[in-house]
Design a protein around this ligand. Structure first.
Ligand SMILES: [Zn+2]
Length: 565
């Protein structure tokens, strides 16, 4: 019996049972096939590895067979139905989060970011939403978890798409690894002590109930009552799910383009219309986040912004690409025929062009390294493979969490009264590259005046800009691969110490001056006595003296005094 006949018989058999959704791979990238997929409203159409993957109803497989288009079935709705019982329920997740929080109050804080839309419907009298009284739970991991410390913030989000439950399990697995290894493993201990890590394992609990508990395997959105019937309508493939907004199309940057309520990617009536999205936005705006990962499935890829522009690049493109590659290399790529080395890594637009996503909003508004990690080759693998998948993804998560702790320039920016200020931070070699997409500049935060610039090792020129003040330019900022480079900036009028003694010995210079109570000092230098003096980071400052090895023709120095904190 030839393969074609086997498939045909198999399909006949399946179609007798009932129509079902299938994840299909077509080993061809012909434009006509892509157009046909769009016409039949196949979803998640993505081109990679010289092929196309998409979700479609099995009734369309006849067309592929009739036209001799080679394809394979990656997974099916009935497999997902069989496997979903092995995945955690909302209640199990919340119990687990409460248990770890109760056992580790010294480094965990558990709190609700807010209620889900279904919960809000129920609270306003819609009785059919009684079973959706959910919260979006967030775990903050850090020493002194009750205090907002001046540390880098990183997020780890799962379950934004409710029919991608591996994203929830992997997120929980990473969380539990950190919790169980605090005080045991030196990297984990450092990450928790020196950063604030925010886990939101299940961002879309309402949608997850539709999938996990009610069996609507195609439901990836929340449960926005688009048809106004007061009932949560689950997504079966044929109707595309009349209810719900795709949370990952509802963010307010590059918003729009998915106006059909029945579409799995429906973007809602307006940006920020969904409470689940607003809750995450407010968290990310309220702390100094440098980056985070949102987990999805499938495609086995590490994706970085931008996602909405097929021909544009982020200023930080090469830095994000480098990180994505480091992460991707550690995750084995598996499929039914074996294991290969490494996930793919792409600028997101090269895999799937999408608007209103968390990735683009995070990067374009907040300049976060807002990564999308597409797990696995199938949405709902069986339990034994799920465990393997969780372990496969641990190292990449640790690489990401540690990234801000090396090859990064950071500091506090204040004015002359030493109050933190929201300044703009430009890196000449990064932010003035021609042809890049215009986005918001990197800013320091209002609480600490803290900024982070994650860079590749090298030497850079920084410009700090604050309204009402002259720009401060700092040249020769050295970034190395093993540590952070600290660069604190004080805006304001420059007051210099009047009497400074300068001595040159061999190839070193030493300055000293009278110490005054209540002041800190900075050294400025210039190669001409009347040209602009710049903050000089090359010397070593100790109390009332400063010393450096002279490597260039800078021979004029001034000592700035700034009131202490
Ligand atoms: Zn997804």
């Amino acid at each position: 019996m030839n393969k074609h006949l086997i498939i045909t018989l198999l399909l006949l058999f399946l179609s007798v049972l009932s129509a079902e959704i299938m994840q299909i791979r077509i080993n061809d990238q012909n434009k006509d096939i892509i157009n046909w997929l769009k016409k039949i409203e196949a979803t998640e159409i993505r081109s990679f590895e010289n092929g196309i993957e998409a979700y479609m109803d099995d009734e369309y497989l006849d067309y592929l067979n009739d036209n001799n288009i080679p394809f394979s079935i990656i997974s099916t709705e009935s497999e997902w139905q069989r496997n979903i019982g092995d995945y955690s329920t909302y209640d199990q997740i919340v119990t687990e989060l409460n248990d770890i929080a109760a056992a580790n109050p010294d480094f965990i804080e558990l709190f609700s970011l807010g209620t889900t839309l279904g919960h809000q419907y129920y609270d306003t009298g819609y009785v059919n939403y009684e079973d959706f009284q959910y919260d979006i739970w967030c775990v903050k991991l850090s020493d002194n978890p009750q205090i907002n410390e001046d540390e880098p913030n990183t997020f780890m989000v799962g379950g934004i798409h409710s029919n991608e439950p591996t994203s929830i399990e992997v997120d929980m697995h990473i969380l539990l690894h950190l919790v169980n290894n605090y005080g045991v493993d030196s990297l984990v201990t450092k990450l928790i002590n020196e950063s604030q890590i925010w886990f939101i394992p299940l961002m879309n609990p309402d949608g997850y109930r539709m999938v996990r508990d009610l069996g609507y395997m195609g439901h990836r959105k929340n449960i926005r009552d688009n048809n106004g019937n007061g009932v949560p309508d689950g997504a079966v493939y044929e109707s595309y799910g009349i209810d719900g907004v795709d949370l990952n199309r509802n963010f307010g940057y590059t918003y729009g383009g998915n106006p059909n309520t029945w579409s799995p990617a429906y973007n809602g009536t307006n940006a920020w219309s969904e409470p689940e999205v607003v809750n995450i936005r407010d968290l990310l705006r309220s702390h100094k986040f440098w980056g985070g990962i949102t987990y999805h499935s499938t495609r086995q890829s590490v994706l970085y912004p931008l996602g909405n522009y097929s021909s544009a690049m982020a200023y930080d493109h090469y830095i994000m690409q480098d990180l994505a590659e480091d992460m991707a290399n550690t995750i084995p790529r598996r499929n039914s025929s074996g294991i290969q080395t490494g996930y793919y890594n792409f600028e997101q637009a090269n895999c799937l062009v999408a608007s209103g996503t968390m990735g683009d909003w995070g990067y374009c508004e907040l300049r976060l390294f807002s990564f999308t990690l597409e797990l696995c080759w199938t949405d709902i693998p069986p339990a034994n493979l799920l465990q393997v998948l969780c372990e496969d993804n641990l190292e990449a998560a640790l690489i990401f969490l540690d990234r801000v702790h090396h090859s990064t320039v950071t500091g506090n920016i204040t004015d002359e009264t030493r109050s933190p200020v929201v300044a703009e931070i430009y890196v000449q070699e990064i932010d003035f590259e021609a042809g890049m997409t215009s986005v918001e500049p990197v800013r320091s935060d209002s609480t600490f005046g803290r900024y982070y610039r994650v860079l590749l090792p090298g030497t850079y020129t920084f410009t700090f800009s604050l309204e009402g003040y002259d720009d401060i330019v700092v040249e020769d900022v050295v970034v190395n691969d093993s540590t952070q480079t600290e660069l604190n900036i004080t805006f304001g009028s420059l007051t210099f110490v009047e009497d400074v003694s300068i001595s040159f010995t061999g190839n070193s210079v030493e300055l000293s001056w009278q110490l005054e109570e209540g002041f800190d000092y900075e050294v400025y230098s210039s190669d001409l006595p009347y040209s602009e003096f710049q903050l000089d980071l090359d010397g070593i400052l100790e109390g009332n003296s400063w010393q450096k090895t002279i490597s260039e023709a800078r021979e004029f120095y001034k000592v700035r005094k700034i009131p202490s904190f």
